[in-house]
Design a protein around this ligand. Sequence first.
Ligand code: FAD
Length: 285
Amino acid sequence: MMIEQNRILKDLCSYRTGGAAEFYAAVQTDDELAEALAFAAEKGLEITILGGGYNVLISDKGVSGIVINTAGLNCHTTVNGTEVYAGAGIMIDDLAEMTAQAGLCGMEDMSGIPGTVGGAVRMNAGAFATEIKDIAVCVDMMDWDGRRYRVQNADAGFGYRRADGLKGVVTGAMFRLKQGEPEAIKVRRAEILAKRDEKQPLDFPSCGSVFKRPEGNYAGTLIEKCGLKGFRIGGAVVSEKHANFILNVDNAASDDIYSLILHVQDTVEKETGIRLEREVRFIGF
Ligand SMILES: Cc1cc2nc3c(=O)[nH]c(=O)nc-3n(C[C@H](O)[C@H](O)[C@H](O)COP(=O)(O)OP(=O)(O)OC[C@H]3O[C@@H](n4cnc5c(N)ncnc54)[C@H](O)[C@@H]3O)c2cc1C
């Protein structure tokens, strides 16, 4: 495993913005991960974990310390009856497709969510009626000192787009699905993919939904009500198609996106009294 210095991160996140990592390691095995963590400990570096980069905004100033990329970590899956084990680097949509083909149901709603198993577990990602917490049996982790441990679902601290009980790096997860009728599963998956295509602005770089759904409301509805659709700062704009998406339409800087996020939060709070909570994770700010 190579540890790089001043590694540009733009190409590793869906917004295609941001600066460089002071140190950077792309790890493929638990041993490489342990090695990268030991390097960080030895040098006293702050650690940032990056998966597929689909839910992050990376500062234009870059990231101090070490960025450990787990998008290639343990990229294997095993199926044992209705139990499916997937390494952290497996893409969630690939897993949804693979399980659909195997006649296992439970992941159809997650079709089309971009990102890795590691990121999805850490975020408790979900769509339509299913979140990771509904199908995860246990999560394999490595703590910051390089020790492996396993967390059962009930101890993962799963909540809306969070899993606060997971301390360290997700290295893999076990999911329990159900035996289903392959054709029906494929139809449901195709429906979900079509719905996402219809509702989401997928032509420009984004992080998906910027804000979490506030209790009893929708972030997109509130943003739209405040007249913010189409509002622009630099190369960043609030999507006309889905107001909870902020798009990089013209070589935006992370600063443009950051400023627009704050503007939306402040405006919505002023007009409605509701402070929207971010779903996107800031890195290096
Ligand atoms: C077009 C679009 C549509 C989207 N739709 C949805 C949706 O429907 N539902 C949904 O929930 N999300 C959605 N998202 C957001 C994103 O897909 C999810 O949050 C996804 O789970 C992020 O995975 P990732 O691997 O890219 O994680 P990253 O973005 O790389 O990281 C996200 C967080 O997880 C942490 N992390 C990543 N990997 C690990 C690991 N191995 N161990 C520990 N921590 C880790 C990171 O430190 C960071 O805090 C969408 C994003 C886009 C761009």
